[in-house]
Design a binder for this molecule. Structure first.
Ligand SMILES: NC(=O)c1ccc[n+]([C@@H]2O[C@H](COP(=O)([O-])OP(=O)(O)OC[C@H]3O[C@@H](n4cnc5c(N)ncnc54)[C@H](OP(=O)(O)O)[C@@H]3O)[C@@H](O)[C@H]2O)c1
Length: 259
């Protein structure tokens, strides 16, 4: 291939939540495009397994189990990655969790765990890795948002609040850091079956209803997300910042009314 702007050889990426589901698929895709990748999460076993996958692709990696909601943990992660690689070019914020239930039944703990995982971890990732990127004078940040940042969805309101906040953070940082040549963008996935959503979509009625509402007629496959991530991590997107790329089979713009 002669078009080289998608080539990520020589780049180093940290993927928070890169040991499962969407983050893991993105980590693998970025490695396939040439990047060395550090897939991060709390579980040492999951981290080890994800690191093995990256190394099996001939890329370098590093096992640093990290709780992304904890500033000290994230600072230790950043130091360890810098010691090993000397630079960080790509940050993907994909750690996430969800609590399902009517608004009045959700507990303080439900709110706290969702906001900590889906928002605080993104803020910490952007601050701590973003500081390194600022010194470098370059960087690509990709936040994983959600369609729930765009529409009103019952029963997952803390989740939607956290994702709405990530969408605003993405746009605001895109403007604040443009002068440092750091692009901050987001991917808003549609419906994907992962450990986070399997409990919801194991219900066949819910799964069928959901599928019927997706214009492309199917759930997303995790590899559907890799192209958008490679684009946003690469030179090909150097003049693109503050955007949201939906990878959703058209579900958000589905105005189809069944008469
Ligand atoms: N699946 C979908 O349909 C969908 C749709 C839209 C958006 N998303 C978003 O996509 C992202 C990934 O979700 P997923 O569906 O791929 O879920 P998943 O398979 O459950 O992955 C979540 C990842 O986050 C990590 N994680 C959770 N808490 C963490 C913490 N405190 N510190 C570090 N890592 C943590 C988990 O690993 P450990 O447990 O080892 O920490 C795991 O690697 C989330 O932000 C989610 O909101 C998903």
């Amino acid at each position: 291939m002669s078009y080289q702007n998608f080539n990520l050889e020589g780049k180093v990426g940290v993927v928070i939540g890169g040991t499962s589901g969407i983050g893991r698929a993105i980590a693998a895709g970025l490695a396939d495009a040439g990047a060395d990748i550090v897939p991060v999460s709390r579980s040492p076993e999951k981290v080890r397994d994800a690191v093995k996958e990256i190394e099996s692709k001939g890329r370098r990696s590093l096992a640093v189990p990290t709780d992304a909601t904890q500033r000290e943990d994230m600072e230790r992660l950043a130091d360890t990655v810098l010691d090993e690689f000397n630079h960080v070019d790509i940050l993907v914020n994909s750690a996430g969790t969800i609590r399902v239930g009517p608004f009045l039944e959700l507990t303080d703990e439900d709110f706290d765990v969702v906001m900590d995982t889906n928002l605080r971890a993104v803020v910490l990732g952007c601050q701590i890795i973003g500081k390194i990127m600022m010194k470098q004078g370059r960087g690509k940040i990709i936040n994983i948002s959600s369609l729930s940042a765009f529409w009103g969805q019952p029963d997952i309101i803390p989740y939607s609040i956290s994702k709405g906040a990530v969408a605003v953070l993405t746009k605001s940082l895109a403007v604040e850091w443009a002068e440092y040549k750091i692009q901050v963008n987001e991917i808003a996935p549609g419906f994907f079956v992962t450990p986070m959503t399997s409990e919801i979509f194991n219900n066949q009625t819910v799964a069928k209803l959901t599928e019927n509402h997706i214009p492309m007629g199917r759930f997303g496959k995790l590899e559907d997300l890799q192209g958008a991530a490679i684009y946003l991590a690469s030179r090909a997107s150097d003049f693109v910042t503050g955007v949201s790329i939906r990878v959703d089979g058209g579900v958000l713009i589905n105005g189809k009314l069944k008469f």
